[in-house]
Design a protein around this ligand. Structure first.
Ligand SMILES: NC(=O)c1ccc[n+]([C@@H]2O[C@H](COP(=O)([O-])OP(=O)(O)OC[C@H]3O[C@@H](n4cnc5c(N)ncnc54)[C@H](OP(=O)(O)O)[C@@H]3O)[C@@H](O)[C@H]2O)c1
Length: 290
């Protein structure tokens, strides 16, 4: 039986939408879920409401607005991103404390960000510091890279991974293993842990979940085997990697090269054993090229 009864999903993008769907698919557990968003008129949110979500429009600059929306909420599940991870998520944490929220789950779902100082992700570490200062219990979920970050041509092509053309420009030799977990797989896992573990097992805990572990070279070899095509691989030299970084305006693209080159996106997988039945079928590279 779940230690918590009422959950607030904050931000209705990729992750927030999947969380809302998962709550709707598990109505028999008798849990309540609400979605906090800047605009509740989005058609997708109206659909979530028709499936059982309560909706709350919020103004992240107003503590009153956030505290009102979080009344009676046990767990905040933040699914914010980018600008939403800065002052927005900090305001949310302050409001959660004031509203009596029992557990705060900040928006993570990537590399281990404990103590991270990289500009792209420092806001995640700032949230951890605030949660500790507020003495608000939290749970962190690190899951590695999303396969869509390289499978979607719009993302893949800017980093040099292009399965359409079969051309691959790697950061270094591409042999460093990285962790891969798709949101469709970590969302059910996070839900499972939040609704089955005791609060003492969740409070201030760090979970590392991994759907697959593969280097770029291993992924490309699998792609060749599955498609029968021959990859055109270029290993960027140190000079080329630095030139790529220097040319980028987006902090994300300045962050990625060294992470991929040196395995920074590798998380542990010790939390996988907490749900042995988990089947991360959206994260297994063997199946992604089927
Ligand atoms: N490891 C990886 O490969 C990887 C890849 C992608 C994302 N991630 C991580 O996963 C987490 C969730 O990302 P996502 O891709 O699901 O996010 P997303 O689709 O971009 O959605 C984030 C939502 O947050 C709200 N939001 C965004 N900017 C905001 C702002 N400035 N102020 C207030 N609200 C704002 C919006 O919701 P409303 O419009 O409903 O208010 C938006 O839909 C993030 O921590 C991200 O870093 C990891």
């Amino acid at each position: 039986m779940s230690a918590y009864k009422t959950f607030a999903i904050v931000g209705f993008g990729t992750t927030g939408t999947l969380f809302a769907k998962h709550f709707a698919q598990n109505k028999e557990n008798g849990l309540k879920w609400k979605v906090l968003s800047r605009s509740v008129t989005k058609p997708e949110l109206q659909e979530a409401a028709s499936q059982g979500a309560e909706l709350a429009a919020v103004d992240y600059d107003s503590q009153t607005s956030l505290i009102n929306a979080l009344q009676g909420v046990d767990v905040v599940l933040s699914a914010l991103r980018d600008g939403g991870l800065e002052e927005v998520q900090l305001n949310l944490a302050r409001a959660a404390k004031a509203a009596g929220v029992k557990l705060f789950v900040p928006s993570e779902y990537g590399r281990n960000t404990l103590g991270i100082t990289e500009p792209y992700l420092i806001s995640k570490a700032n949230t951890h510091s605030l949660l500790k200062a507020l003495n608000l219990p939290y749970a962190l979920f690190f899951t590695g890279l999303w396969p869509s970050m390289v499978l979607e041509p719009a993302y893949g092509s800017v980093t040099g991974i292009n399965f359409d053309t079969g051309k691959f420009s790697l950061f270094g030799d591409g042999t460093e293993p990285l962790s891969w977990t798709a949101p469709e797989d970590f969302v059910p896992f996070v839900y499972h842990l939040l609704t089955t573990l005791q609060s003492s097992q969740l409070e201030n805990a760090v979970f590392q979940i991994e759907g697959d572990r593969k280097s770029f070279k291993q992924i490309i070899a699998l792609w060749e085997k599955k498609t029968g095509r021959k990859a055109d691989i270029h290993e960027r030299s140190e000079e080329e990697i630095q030139a790529y970084i220097n040319a980028q305006e987006m902090e994300l693209l300045r962050f990625i090269p060294r992470q991929w080159q040196h395995g920074g996106m590798r998380v542990g997988n010790e939390s996988n054993k907490l749900w042995p039945e988990w089947n991360p079928k959206n994260s297994k590279w063997e199946d992604l090229f089927a």
